[in-house]
Design a protein around this ligand. Sequence first.
Ligand SMILES: NC(=O)c1ccc[n+]([C@@H]2O[C@H](COP(=O)([O-])OP(=O)(O)OC[C@H]3O[C@@H](n4cnc5c(N)ncnc54)[C@H](OP(=O)(O)O)[C@@H]3O)[C@@H](O)[C@H]2O)c1
Length: 239
Amino acid sequence: MIVLGSNSDIARAFVEKMLEKEAVPHVYLFSSNIDALASFKKHIEVKYTTEVTVFKLDLLEQTKFDFSALTYNVAFCAAGYLGDTSEGVIAKPEDVARILQINYAGLVPHLNAIAKDLENKGGGNLVCLSSVAGERGRQSNFIYGSAKAGLTAYLSGLRNLLAKKNVHVMTVKPGFMDTKMTKGMDLPGPLTISPEKAATLIYKGYKGEKNTIYISGIWRLVMFIIRNIPEFIFKKLSL
Ligand SMILES: NC(=O)c1ccc[n+]([C@@H]2O[C@H](COP(=O)([O-])OP(=O)(O)OC[C@H]3O[C@@H](n4cnc5c(N)ncnc54)[C@H](OP(=O)(O)O)[C@@H]3O)[C@@H](O)[C@H]2O)c1
């Protein structure tokens, strides 16, 4: 399998879940920070009979990667960046550009390359984390949300394009997850999920070849309500 954003807590939990459940001969870990991956690589090699190869991939850089040389049939993408909103959502232009690049503009060319490669290889699964933040722009994170909205639309189109090519695309829409991305945030306990639980739900969705899943299911209802609040009320709320 291929993993993008391998230092993500969710990516690591999902890799562990896959290795517990299935024979995965080779894991290719892509990361913008390969030094930070050393202990995880070692952990996998010691615990499982799986070969691990690490590649540098920084979505802020305009690089191309030839995935065709790799042997895989599952690609998992957890790369993402929430942004620094400490001075306001649109206060830091450089950070705005970074959010758009990591969550959408820099990511899509690589997902395209993987999708094409899976098609050439005869099929496979692409599982990609988007966010509920893409379902309706909210004042607290709408730059990130708009990039995730683009990613969700992209994944929907890709799924449509590849449905007859034996390549299945699953969109994952987490709500709140307890990871390094949300460290220090005051998250609502009942709506927040651990990386291990998220990985279990993602694995279940992947095995069932679901199209879109929420992490967790309660977010389907929460987002139904949020999407349907009339705009004249919504714009007065501080969400
Ligand atoms: N945590 C939440 O509440 C939450 C909610 C909704 C959606 N999500 C989404 O879920 C996914 C996983 O997030 P997480 O919570 O596990 O957060 P995380 O631990 O911060 O993981 C995100 C990963 O993105 C990768 N990344 C960041 N900048 C990059 C760059 N320039 N180039 C390439 N990769 C880069 C990093 O991996 P490397 O260091 O290996 O490059 C990082 O570990 C993300 O797409 C996130 O947007 C999270």
